[in-house]
Design a protein around this ligand. Structure first.
Ligand code: SF4
Length: 76
């Protein structure tokens, strides 16, 4: 599954308990992610996605608000 996402253009942002995948080509810039939790998603930071900055349930909650499918997660 990870390979499928990578092949589809997603980049992985690894966390201890959950990995986040982002595909910039699909992003619609609705900013639901950064508004949803700026500790996890902050645009002017590298890496801009830090999955360990919140509990996995919160990571999933925010990603479920992404309207484009640009964000995905895989629990470990
Ligand atoms: S919520 Fe999804 S579509 Fe909106 S800015 Fe974030 S990644 Fe892009």
């Amino acid at each position: 599954m990870d390979e499928e996402l990578t092949a589809a253009g997603y980049r992985r942002y690894s966390g201890d308990k959950i990995d986040v995948y982002f595909n910039s080509a699909l992003c619609r810039h609705s900013a639901n992610c950064v508004r949803g939790n700026a500790a996890i998603f902050t645009l002017n930071r590298r890496p801009w996605i830090m999955p360990d900055n919140a509990e996995p349930a919160e990571v999933k909650r925010v990603i479920d608000t992404c309207p484009s499918g640009a964000l995905k997660y895989r629990e470990k």
